[in-house]
Write a protein that binds this ligand. Structure first.
Ligand SMILES: [Zn+2]
Ligand SMILES: [Zn+2]
Length: 292
């Protein structure tokens, strides 16, 4: 269910790497003169750009950050720390030392993250209120009982998942993102302790979030529905709720709010499911815990 993507390549590409590729090509064709000339050019470019590879690597690991609204001036690591300490810029949610660069994290911490991170939203906060109102206003059901939202966890997916999603959007010309809901059985007592995923193979919710829709409960690779194998979600959360089953150890039902990339002006009827053929099209964004 993997979508072809150039994300990794485009993320790392630079003029120096392009030259490196030419060198490799020259080497493959056994053209030592071309190789030597290109290698000299390679070093020259590096020198002109004042790059020394070990320094370049260290810089990108530590990150040279841009402070918003400062005329995009490059600042040093020390002044970045100062900017965080003085409250000029928001600090990283993990180290609280460097400025945020990718969501809530700085570049250094973002690179250490291998799986998704969960953060409980403050009840009554702006984001909580937005998610709650989107969930309730989208809820259309013949059943008069309305759900009550108790908790929301924000999901930050690892940067490579975000890159695959962006590449999918570009390759498929899926220029619009719409909010959809997806549910599955939740075996763990999600919402009763700290915000964390469980390791049960039977917990659909945690398997989906951990793999960002690349795996479902019991190692299944996709949903099966009217359009075949893929991922099915709903604009109307009450239709996703049909698939929600909870453990007896939690009072909450659980639904995942997701962003799905679609072509512009696609009409998705409220009463129908939205099908996407691969995981790169859809990103889990919030976990909503509610009661009926
Ligand atoms: Zn950090
Ligand atoms: Zn779980």
């Amino acid at each position: 269910m993997k979508c072809a993507s150039n994300a990794t390549r485009s993320r790392n590409s630079s003029s120096l790497e392009v030259i490196g590729t030419h060198i490799a090509a020259g080497a493959a064709q056994d053209r030592p003169r071309v190789r030597t000339r290109l290698l000299a050019h390679f070093v020259d470019v590096a020198r002109q750009e004042n790059r020394h590879f070990p320094i370049f690597a260290r810089r990108s690991m530590e990150g040279e950050f841009f402070v918003p609204n400062s005329g995009q001036a490059k600042v040093t690591l020390a002044s970045n720390r100062q900017a965080v300490q003085s409250g000029q810029v928001e600090g990283c949610d993990s180290c609280h030392e460097h400025p945020r660069a990718s969501g809530d994290l700085c570049i250094v911490c973002d690179r250490k993250v291998v799986g998704p991170r969960l953060k409980e939203l403050t009840v009554g906060g702006v984001t909580f209120a937005d998610v709650r109102s989107q969930f309730l206003s989208g809820w259309h059901s013949l059943n008069a009982v309305r759900p009550r939202v108790h908790k929301v966890y924000q999901i930050s997916v690892p940067s490579h998942i975000r890159a695959l999603h962006n590449a999918y959007r570009a390759n498929q010309r899926a220029t619009e993102e719409i909010r959809v809901f997806h549910s599955a059985q939740c075996i763990c007592d999600m919402g009763t302790k700290t915000a964390a995923l469980c390791n049960y193979k039977s917990c659909g919710i945690c398997c989906i979030i951990r793999s960002s829709f690349n795996g479902f409960a019991f190692g299944e690779k996709y949903n099966i529905g009217r359009f075949g194998e893929g991922i099915y979600s709903y604009k109307n959360p009450s239709l996703a709720d049909v698939h929600a089953t909870s453990a007896t150890s939690t009072p909450y039902r659980v639904v995942i709010a997701c962003d799905v990339a679609v072509e512009a002006n696609l009409e998705v009827p409220d009463e129908k499911s939205l099908f996407v053929p691969c995981a790169d099209a859809i990103v889990p964004v919030f976990i909503i815990m509610y009661t009926m």
